[in-house]
Design a protein around this ligand. Structure first.
Ligand code: PMP
Length: 422
Protein backbone atom coordinates (compact mmCIF):
# COMPACT_ATOMS: atom_id res chain seq x y z
CA UNK A 1 0.00 0.00 0.00
CA UNK A 2 1.29 3.47 -0.77
CA UNK A 3 2.64 5.27 2.20
CA UNK A 4 0.22 7.98 3.36
CA UNK A 5 1.28 10.74 5.65
CA UNK A 6 -1.30 12.21 7.95
CA UNK A 7 -0.98 15.90 8.67
CA UNK A 8 0.19 16.73 12.17
CA UNK A 9 -2.63 17.96 14.37
CA UNK A 10 -3.15 21.68 13.97
CA UNK A 11 -1.98 23.61 17.03
CA UNK A 12 -4.96 24.68 19.09
CA UNK A 13 -5.71 28.32 18.40
CA UNK A 14 -8.19 29.97 20.71
CA UNK A 15 -11.05 31.60 18.80
CA UNK A 16 -10.17 35.30 18.48
CA UNK A 17 -13.87 36.12 18.21
CA UNK A 18 -14.86 34.36 21.43
CA UNK A 19 -16.28 37.03 23.71
CA UNK A 20 -15.54 37.65 27.37
CA UNK A 21 -18.47 37.63 29.74
CA UNK A 22 -19.69 36.86 33.22
CA UNK A 23 -21.06 33.33 33.74
CA UNK A 24 -24.76 33.37 34.52
CA UNK A 25 -25.39 36.85 33.09
CA UNK A 26 -27.32 36.83 29.82
CA UNK A 27 -26.39 39.87 27.78
CA UNK A 28 -28.95 40.60 25.08
CA UNK A 29 -27.93 44.22 24.76
CA UNK A 30 -25.19 44.05 22.14
CA UNK A 31 -26.61 47.02 20.22
CA UNK A 32 -25.75 49.28 23.17
CA UNK A 33 -22.27 47.86 23.78
CA UNK A 34 -20.92 44.46 22.78
CA UNK A 35 -18.73 42.38 25.06
CA UNK A 36 -14.99 42.43 24.44
CA UNK A 37 -13.62 39.83 22.00
CA UNK A 38 -10.58 37.77 22.90
CA UNK A 39 -8.71 39.32 19.96
CA UNK A 40 -9.14 42.78 21.50
CA UNK A 41 -8.25 41.66 25.02
CA UNK A 42 -5.14 39.82 23.77
CA UNK A 43 -3.99 42.76 21.68
CA UNK A 44 -4.26 45.06 24.69
CA UNK A 45 -2.47 42.60 26.98
CA UNK A 46 0.38 42.21 24.48
CA UNK A 47 0.90 45.92 24.15
CA UNK A 48 0.55 46.94 27.79
CA UNK A 49 4.20 46.31 28.73
CA UNK A 50 5.20 48.54 25.80
CA UNK A 51 3.00 51.38 26.89
CA UNK A 52 4.66 54.59 25.71
CA UNK A 53 4.04 57.76 23.77
CA UNK A 54 2.67 57.61 20.22
CA UNK A 55 4.19 59.89 17.54
CA UNK A 56 6.22 61.69 20.17
CA UNK A 57 9.18 59.65 21.39
CA UNK A 58 12.39 58.21 19.95
CA UNK A 59 12.72 55.32 22.39
CA UNK A 60 12.12 51.72 21.38
CA UNK A 61 8.87 51.53 23.32
CA UNK A 62 7.59 54.69 21.74
CA UNK A 63 8.59 53.59 18.26
CA UNK A 64 6.77 50.30 18.70
CA UNK A 65 3.65 52.10 19.92
CA UNK A 66 3.72 54.48 16.96
CA UNK A 67 4.11 51.56 14.59
CA UNK A 68 1.25 49.68 16.27
CA UNK A 69 -1.01 52.74 16.02
CA UNK A 70 -0.33 53.28 12.32
CA UNK A 71 -0.66 49.57 11.60
CA UNK A 72 -4.01 49.64 13.36
CA UNK A 73 -5.08 52.45 11.04
CA UNK A 74 -4.09 50.38 8.01
CA UNK A 75 -5.90 47.29 9.29
CA UNK A 76 -9.09 49.29 9.81
CA UNK A 77 -8.69 50.85 6.35
CA UNK A 78 -8.37 47.41 4.75
CA UNK A 79 -11.28 45.99 6.76
CA UNK A 80 -13.58 48.80 5.63
CA UNK A 81 -12.48 48.88 1.99
CA UNK A 82 -10.98 52.37 2.19
CA UNK A 83 -9.71 53.74 -1.12
CA UNK A 84 -6.49 55.63 -1.84
CA UNK A 85 -7.09 59.18 -0.69
CA UNK A 86 -9.45 58.13 2.10
CA UNK A 87 -8.50 59.04 5.66
CA UNK A 88 -9.03 56.77 8.65
CA UNK A 89 -9.40 59.07 11.64
CA UNK A 90 -9.60 57.53 15.09
CA UNK A 91 -12.33 59.14 17.16
CA UNK A 92 -13.98 58.34 20.49
CA UNK A 93 -17.06 56.70 18.99
CA UNK A 94 -19.66 57.14 16.24
CA UNK A 95 -21.07 60.30 17.79
CA UNK A 96 -17.61 61.84 17.75
CA UNK A 97 -17.02 60.70 14.15
CA UNK A 98 -20.28 62.22 12.87
CA UNK A 99 -19.62 65.47 14.74
CA UNK A 100 -16.16 65.61 13.21
CA UNK A 101 -17.59 65.32 9.71
CA UNK A 102 -20.30 67.88 10.55
CA UNK A 103 -17.55 70.38 11.42
CA UNK A 104 -15.63 69.57 8.23
CA UNK A 105 -18.47 70.31 5.78
CA UNK A 106 -17.65 72.98 3.20
CA UNK A 107 -19.65 76.20 3.61
CA UNK A 108 -23.15 75.93 2.17
CA UNK A 109 -23.40 72.14 2.41
CA UNK A 110 -26.94 70.81 2.78
CA UNK A 111 -27.26 67.58 4.73
CA UNK A 112 -30.14 65.23 3.94
CA UNK A 113 -31.17 62.60 6.51
CA UNK A 114 -34.21 60.53 7.36
CA UNK A 115 -36.20 61.02 10.58
CA UNK A 116 -35.44 57.39 11.52
CA UNK A 117 -31.84 58.11 12.42
CA UNK A 118 -30.14 57.73 15.79
CA UNK A 119 -29.68 61.14 17.44
CA UNK A 120 -25.95 60.87 16.66
CA UNK A 121 -26.84 61.17 12.98
CA UNK A 122 -29.60 63.77 13.43
CA UNK A 123 -28.39 66.37 15.87
CA UNK A 124 -24.85 67.25 14.67
CA UNK A 125 -26.03 68.58 11.29
CA UNK A 126 -26.26 72.30 10.60
CA UNK A 127 -29.45 74.32 10.45
CA UNK A 128 -31.13 74.06 7.09
CA UNK A 129 -30.56 70.31 6.87
CA UNK A 130 -33.34 68.34 5.24
CA UNK A 131 -34.98 65.61 7.32
CA UNK A 132 -37.04 63.25 5.18
CA UNK A 133 -39.95 61.36 6.78
CA UNK A 134 -39.40 57.74 7.82
CA UNK A 135 -40.11 55.74 4.65
CA UNK A 136 -42.46 52.75 4.56
CA UNK A 137 -40.04 50.51 2.62
CA UNK A 138 -36.43 50.44 1.45
CA UNK A 139 -37.60 51.19 -2.10
CA UNK A 140 -39.51 54.23 -0.86
CA UNK A 141 -36.36 55.42 0.93
CA UNK A 142 -34.50 55.41 -2.38
CA UNK A 143 -37.37 57.13 -4.23
CA UNK A 144 -37.75 59.78 -1.53
CA UNK A 145 -34.03 60.50 -1.48
CA UNK A 146 -33.86 60.68 -5.26
CA UNK A 147 -36.77 63.14 -5.36
CA UNK A 148 -35.35 65.28 -2.53
CA UNK A 149 -31.94 65.50 -4.17
CA UNK A 150 -33.44 66.35 -7.55
CA UNK A 151 -35.43 69.14 -5.94
CA UNK A 152 -32.36 70.42 -4.07
CA UNK A 153 -30.41 70.58 -7.29
CA UNK A 154 -33.31 72.32 -9.06
CA UNK A 155 -34.21 75.02 -6.56
CA UNK A 156 -31.18 75.13 -4.27
CA UNK A 157 -31.04 74.69 -0.51
CA UNK A 158 -33.61 77.40 0.15
CA UNK A 159 -36.58 77.65 -2.17
CA UNK A 160 -36.20 80.42 -4.70
CA UNK A 161 -32.42 80.19 -4.61
CA UNK A 162 -32.05 78.87 -8.14
CA UNK A 163 -30.30 75.74 -9.33
CA UNK A 164 -27.61 74.76 -6.86
CA UNK A 165 -24.19 73.26 -7.23
CA UNK A 166 -23.50 73.59 -3.52
CA UNK A 167 -22.30 70.45 -1.75
CA UNK A 168 -24.90 67.98 -0.51
CA UNK A 169 -24.25 65.22 2.00
CA UNK A 170 -26.68 62.36 2.54
CA UNK A 171 -26.37 60.85 6.02
CA UNK A 172 -28.07 57.50 6.62
CA UNK A 173 -27.81 54.55 8.90
CA UNK A 174 -26.77 51.11 7.68
CA UNK A 175 -29.04 49.29 10.14
CA UNK A 176 -31.58 50.78 12.54
CA UNK A 177 -30.52 50.73 16.17
CA UNK A 178 -34.18 50.20 17.11
CA UNK A 179 -35.33 47.45 14.81
CA UNK A 180 -32.14 46.18 13.17
CA UNK A 181 -33.74 46.71 9.78
CA UNK A 182 -31.17 47.32 7.07
CA UNK A 183 -31.29 50.41 4.89
CA UNK A 184 -30.56 49.99 1.17
CA UNK A 185 -27.14 51.60 1.44
CA UNK A 186 -25.83 50.75 -2.03
CA UNK A 187 -29.00 52.03 -3.72
CA UNK A 188 -29.02 55.18 -1.59
CA UNK A 189 -25.38 55.72 -2.55
CA UNK A 190 -26.31 55.38 -6.23
CA UNK A 191 -29.08 57.96 -5.78
CA UNK A 192 -26.60 60.31 -4.10
CA UNK A 193 -24.16 59.81 -6.96
CA UNK A 194 -26.82 60.57 -9.59
CA UNK A 195 -27.23 64.02 -8.06
CA UNK A 196 -23.58 64.63 -7.34
CA UNK A 197 -24.09 64.34 -3.59
CA UNK A 198 -21.85 62.57 -1.09
CA UNK A 199 -23.04 59.97 1.40
CA UNK A 200 -22.13 59.06 4.97
CA UNK A 201 -23.19 55.71 6.37
CA UNK A 202 -23.61 55.42 10.11
CA UNK A 203 -22.37 51.85 10.40
CA UNK A 204 -22.54 51.66 14.21
CA UNK A 205 -25.12 48.86 14.04
CA UNK A 206 -24.29 47.40 10.64
CA UNK A 207 -20.56 46.77 10.98
CA UNK A 208 -20.89 44.36 13.94
CA UNK A 209 -23.18 42.14 11.88
CA UNK A 210 -22.17 42.37 8.22
CA UNK A 211 -19.14 43.26 6.11
CA UNK A 212 -19.09 46.93 5.14
CA UNK A 213 -16.90 48.02 2.25
CA UNK A 214 -16.66 51.67 1.26
CA UNK A 215 -15.36 50.96 -2.21
CA UNK A 216 -17.89 48.24 -3.00
CA UNK A 217 -20.82 50.30 -1.71
CA UNK A 218 -19.45 53.48 -3.30
CA UNK A 219 -19.96 55.31 -0.03
CA UNK A 220 -17.94 58.45 0.77
CA UNK A 221 -17.80 58.31 4.57
CA UNK A 222 -18.44 55.74 7.21
CA UNK A 223 -18.60 56.04 11.01
CA UNK A 224 -18.55 53.31 13.64
CA UNK A 225 -17.92 52.63 17.34
CA UNK A 226 -15.38 50.16 18.71
CA UNK A 227 -17.49 49.31 21.73
CA UNK A 228 -20.24 47.92 19.51
CA UNK A 229 -17.67 45.93 17.53
CA UNK A 230 -16.29 43.82 20.39
CA UNK A 231 -13.50 46.30 21.19
CA UNK A 232 -13.26 48.49 24.29
CA UNK A 233 -14.97 51.81 24.93
CA UNK A 234 -13.37 55.04 23.80
CA UNK A 235 -12.44 54.30 20.20
CA UNK A 236 -14.33 54.80 16.96
CA UNK A 237 -13.51 55.78 13.41
CA UNK A 238 -14.46 58.15 10.68
CA UNK A 239 -13.28 56.83 7.33
CA UNK A 240 -13.67 58.63 4.05
CA UNK A 241 -12.62 61.11 1.42
CA UNK A 242 -9.68 63.24 2.43
CA UNK A 243 -10.40 66.48 0.53
CA UNK A 244 -13.06 68.05 2.80
CA UNK A 245 -11.24 66.77 5.87
CA UNK A 246 -7.91 68.27 4.79
CA UNK A 247 -9.54 71.61 3.97
CA UNK A 248 -11.48 71.88 7.24
CA UNK A 249 -10.30 73.47 10.47
CA UNK A 250 -8.97 70.82 12.83
CA UNK A 251 -11.66 69.15 14.93
CA UNK A 252 -9.45 69.61 17.98
CA UNK A 253 -6.65 72.19 18.08
CA UNK A 254 -3.45 71.13 19.80
CA UNK A 255 -0.28 69.10 19.67
CA UNK A 256 0.03 66.54 16.92
CA UNK A 257 -2.31 68.39 14.54
CA UNK A 258 0.22 70.95 13.36
CA UNK A 259 3.15 71.01 10.96
CA UNK A 260 4.41 74.44 12.05
CA UNK A 261 3.67 76.81 14.93
CA UNK A 262 5.38 80.21 14.93
CA UNK A 263 5.82 82.83 17.59
CA UNK A 264 2.85 84.95 16.51
CA UNK A 265 -0.54 83.92 17.91
CA UNK A 266 -2.04 82.84 14.63
CA UNK A 267 1.08 81.58 12.92
CA UNK A 268 0.13 77.94 12.64
CA UNK A 269 0.04 75.47 9.79
CA UNK A 270 -2.20 72.50 10.39
CA UNK A 271 -1.16 69.03 9.31
CA UNK A 272 -3.08 67.24 6.59
CA UNK A 273 -4.15 63.63 6.79
CA UNK A 274 -5.66 61.99 9.89
CA UNK A 275 -3.29 63.89 12.22
CA UNK A 276 -5.14 67.14 11.46
CA UNK A 277 -8.15 65.91 13.43
CA UNK A 278 -6.40 63.80 16.06
CA UNK A 279 -4.73 66.41 18.27
CA UNK A 280 -3.61 65.21 21.69
CA UNK A 281 -2.13 61.86 22.67
CA UNK A 282 -4.19 59.21 20.88
CA UNK A 283 -6.00 56.20 22.28
CA UNK A 284 -3.43 53.60 21.25
CA UNK A 285 -4.95 50.68 23.13
CA UNK A 286 -8.38 51.41 21.70
CA UNK A 287 -7.07 51.62 18.15
CA UNK A 288 -5.03 48.45 18.46
CA UNK A 289 -7.91 46.53 20.05
CA UNK A 290 -10.34 47.68 17.37
CA UNK A 291 -7.88 46.71 14.64
CA UNK A 292 -7.43 43.26 16.21
CA UNK A 293 -11.18 42.66 16.01
CA UNK A 294 -11.25 43.94 12.43
CA UNK A 295 -8.44 41.55 11.51
CA UNK A 296 -10.21 38.62 13.20
CA UNK A 297 -13.51 39.44 11.49
CA UNK A 298 -11.66 39.83 8.20
CA UNK A 299 -10.43 36.25 8.52
CA UNK A 300 -13.68 34.82 9.82
CA UNK A 301 -16.35 33.08 7.76
CA UNK A 302 -18.78 36.00 7.77
CA UNK A 303 -21.43 34.01 5.89
CA UNK A 304 -21.42 31.39 8.63
CA UNK A 305 -21.59 34.05 11.36
CA UNK A 306 -24.46 35.71 9.51
CA UNK A 307 -26.36 32.43 9.10
CA UNK A 308 -25.92 31.64 12.78
CA UNK A 309 -27.17 35.06 13.87
CA UNK A 310 -30.12 34.95 11.48
CA UNK A 311 -31.17 31.57 12.88
CA UNK A 312 -31.10 32.99 16.42
CA UNK A 313 -32.97 36.08 15.27
CA UNK A 314 -35.70 33.99 13.66
CA UNK A 315 -35.94 31.90 16.81
CA UNK A 316 -36.34 35.04 18.90
CA UNK A 317 -38.87 36.71 16.60
CA UNK A 318 -40.93 33.51 16.30
CA UNK A 319 -40.83 33.10 20.07
CA UNK A 320 -42.03 36.65 20.62
CA UNK A 321 -44.67 36.38 17.88
CA UNK A 322 -46.17 33.41 19.73
CA UNK A 323 -46.76 35.56 22.82
CA UNK A 324 -50.11 37.29 22.38
CA UNK A 325 -49.20 40.19 24.67
CA UNK A 326 -45.95 41.06 22.85
CA UNK A 327 -45.97 43.40 19.84
CA UNK A 328 -42.88 43.85 17.66
CA UNK A 329 -41.86 47.30 16.41
CA UNK A 330 -40.74 47.68 12.83
CA UNK A 331 -40.17 50.25 10.14
CA UNK A 332 -40.38 48.41 6.84
CA UNK A 333 -42.42 45.31 7.65
CA UNK A 334 -42.02 41.79 8.95
CA UNK A 335 -39.80 40.49 6.14
CA UNK A 336 -37.30 43.31 5.68
CA UNK A 337 -33.67 42.18 5.98
CA UNK A 338 -32.31 42.97 9.41
CA UNK A 339 -29.43 42.40 11.78
CA UNK A 340 -29.86 40.72 15.15
CA UNK A 341 -31.93 43.41 16.86
CA UNK A 342 -35.61 43.30 17.87
CA UNK A 343 -37.66 45.99 19.59
CA UNK A 344 -41.02 45.21 21.12
CA UNK A 345 -43.53 46.16 23.78
CA UNK A 346 -45.38 44.05 26.33
CA UNK A 347 -49.01 45.14 26.29
CA UNK A 348 -50.23 46.46 29.60
CA UNK A 349 -46.76 46.62 31.13
CA UNK A 350 -44.30 49.40 31.66
CA UNK A 351 -41.15 48.70 29.64
CA UNK A 352 -38.73 49.90 32.33
CA UNK A 353 -40.43 47.63 34.82
CA UNK A 354 -40.22 44.63 32.46
CA UNK A 355 -36.51 45.32 31.84
CA UNK A 356 -35.85 45.59 35.58
CA UNK A 357 -37.66 42.33 36.23
CA UNK A 358 -35.78 40.53 33.45
CA UNK A 359 -32.55 41.68 35.10
CA UNK A 360 -33.45 40.90 38.71
CA UNK A 361 -35.39 37.66 38.28
CA UNK A 362 -33.81 36.16 35.18
CA UNK A 363 -30.40 37.84 34.94
CA UNK A 364 -31.19 38.92 31.41
CA UNK A 365 -29.92 42.32 30.26
CA UNK A 366 -31.99 44.17 27.64
CA UNK A 367 -32.49 47.85 26.92
CA UNK A 368 -35.66 49.86 27.46
CA UNK A 369 -36.62 53.40 26.47
CA UNK A 370 -36.64 55.31 23.21
CA UNK A 371 -33.11 54.30 22.19
CA UNK A 372 -31.70 57.74 21.30
CA UNK A 373 -34.02 57.74 18.29
CA UNK A 374 -37.01 59.58 19.72
CA UNK A 375 -38.72 60.61 16.48
CA UNK A 376 -38.52 57.04 15.16
CA UNK A 377 -39.48 55.37 18.44
CA UNK A 378 -42.60 57.49 18.86
CA UNK A 379 -43.68 56.76 15.33
CA UNK A 380 -43.12 53.01 15.65
CA UNK A 381 -45.07 52.87 18.91
CA UNK A 382 -48.05 54.57 17.25
CA UNK A 383 -47.78 52.17 14.30
CA UNK A 384 -47.61 49.14 16.62
CA UNK A 385 -50.76 50.28 18.43
CA UNK A 386 -52.60 50.69 15.13
CA UNK A 387 -51.40 47.34 13.74
CA UNK A 388 -52.19 45.35 16.88
CA UNK A 389 -55.41 47.21 17.67
CA UNK A 390 -54.33 47.33 21.33
CA UNK A 391 -54.90 50.38 23.46
CA UNK A 392 -52.71 49.26 26.34
CA UNK A 393 -49.25 49.60 24.81
CA UNK A 394 -46.69 51.46 26.95
CA UNK A 395 -45.04 54.71 25.75
CA UNK A 396 -41.53 53.25 25.63
CA UNK A 397 -40.12 50.01 24.23
CA UNK A 398 -37.79 47.09 24.95
CA UNK A 399 -34.91 45.98 22.76
CA UNK A 400 -33.11 42.65 22.61
CA UNK A 401 -29.96 42.50 20.52
CA UNK A 402 -27.81 39.52 19.65
CA UNK A 403 -24.10 39.14 19.12
CA UNK A 404 -21.27 36.70 18.55
CA UNK A 405 -21.61 34.98 21.90
CA UNK A 406 -25.40 34.69 21.97
CA UNK A 407 -26.80 31.16 22.29
CA UNK A 408 -30.17 29.60 21.52
CA UNK A 409 -30.58 28.89 25.24
CA UNK A 410 -30.25 32.62 25.98
CA UNK A 411 -32.85 33.49 23.37
CA UNK A 412 -35.19 30.86 24.79
CA UNK A 413 -34.61 32.19 28.30
CA UNK A 414 -35.83 35.63 27.23
CA UNK A 415 -38.89 34.26 25.48
CA UNK A 416 -39.89 32.08 28.41
CA UNK A 417 -39.30 34.90 30.89
CA UNK A 418 -41.62 37.12 28.82
CA UNK A 419 -44.19 34.33 28.64
CA UNK A 420 -44.61 34.44 32.41
CA UNK A 421 -47.32 36.72 33.77
CA UNK A 422 -45.82 39.99 35.02
N1 PMP B 1 -25.60 55.41 15.49
C1 PMP B 1 -26.28 54.30 15.78
C2 PMP B 1 -27.09 53.63 14.70
C3 PMP B 1 -26.20 53.78 17.06
O1 PMP B 1 -26.88 52.67 17.37
C4 PMP B 1 -25.41 54.41 18.04
C5 PMP B 1 -25.31 53.89 19.46
N2 PMP B 1 -26.49 53.46 20.02
C6 PMP B 1 -24.72 55.56 17.67
C7 PMP B 1 -24.83 56.03 16.39
C8 PMP B 1 -23.87 56.29 18.64
O2 PMP B 1 -22.82 55.50 19.03
P1 PMP B 1 -21.86 55.97 20.21
O3 PMP B 1 -22.74 56.12 21.42
O4 PMP B 1 -20.89 54.87 20.36
O5 PMP B 1 -21.26 57.25 19.79
Amino acid sequence: APLTLSAPPAPHRPDPLAVLGVPGEINLDHAASAPCARAAADAVAELLPWYASVHRGAGALSRRCTLAYERARQTVADFLGARPGDHVIFTRNTTDAVNLLARALPAGTTVVTFAGEHHANLLPWPRGSVRLPVPASPAEAVRALDAALRELRRVGPRSGGGASELPVLVAVTGASNMTGERWPVAELARAARRHDARILVDAAQLAPHAPVDLAALDVDYLALSGHKLYAPFGVGVLVGRGDWLDAAPPYLAGGGATSHVGAATHDVRWATGPARHEAGTPNLLGAVALAAVCAALGEADRDALHAREQALLTRLRNGLAALPHVVELRIFGPDAPRVGIVSFVVAGRDSAEVAAQLASTHRIGVRDGLFCAHPLARRLLVEAAARSGRRDLPPTALRASLGLGTTAAEVDALVSALAQPG
